[in-house]
Design a protein. Structure first.
Length: 151
């Protein structure tokens, strides 16, 4: 696998509200610009998604893939991995780690490791990962902090 990239952001909401938005996969296309379609393929007995199919179109990057999810009991860690290679990816694994802060905010740390099927120089891959992560965290923050987002 490639090297992993990590970024963090502080969101003005408690961890349970942040986790609720992250786990509401069906609504991703409402707030994640590149998401065209998201479908929960399988669920655990508790109702949380165990496998999710994503269809993305970010201009030069279009793909359809399935991720398998695992959750910490208190939802402070949500992690995933690519179930099978897709058109654009050989492998993907990532996680969100949620830490509640004394002031009621949550620090979200996003870690992502992607191995592409197409060749890309390491420098460009890291820049693309940084851009993807930066966009994802900003969109998550905007969604969670929107009035009435995760009540």
């Amino acid at each position: 696998m490639a090297d992993s990239s990590t970024q963090s952001i502080v969101i003005d909401a408690p961890p349970d509200q942040v986790a609720a938005v992250i786990c509401d996969f069906a609504r991703y296309p409402e707030w994640t610009e590149a998401m065209r379609r998201v479908e929960v393929v399988e669920e655990y007995e508790d109702g949380y998604a165990s496998q999710v199919r994503f269809t993305i179109d970010a201009g030069v990057l279009a793909d359809e893939y399935v991720l398998a999810y695992a959750y910490a009991e208190d939802l402070t860690r949500i992690e995933w991995h690519l179930v099978a290679p897709s058109k654009m990816q050989r492998a993907q694994q990532g996680s969100y780690d949620l830490v509640g802060n004394p002031d009621g905010t949550t620090t979200v740390t996003y870690t992502l490791e992607v191995e592409l099927s197409v060749g890309m120089l390491g420098m460009f891959r890291r820049k693309a990962e940084k851009m993807i992560m930066d966009t994802a965290l900003k969109q998550l923050k905007r969604r969670v902090e929107a009035p009435g987002a995760a009540q």
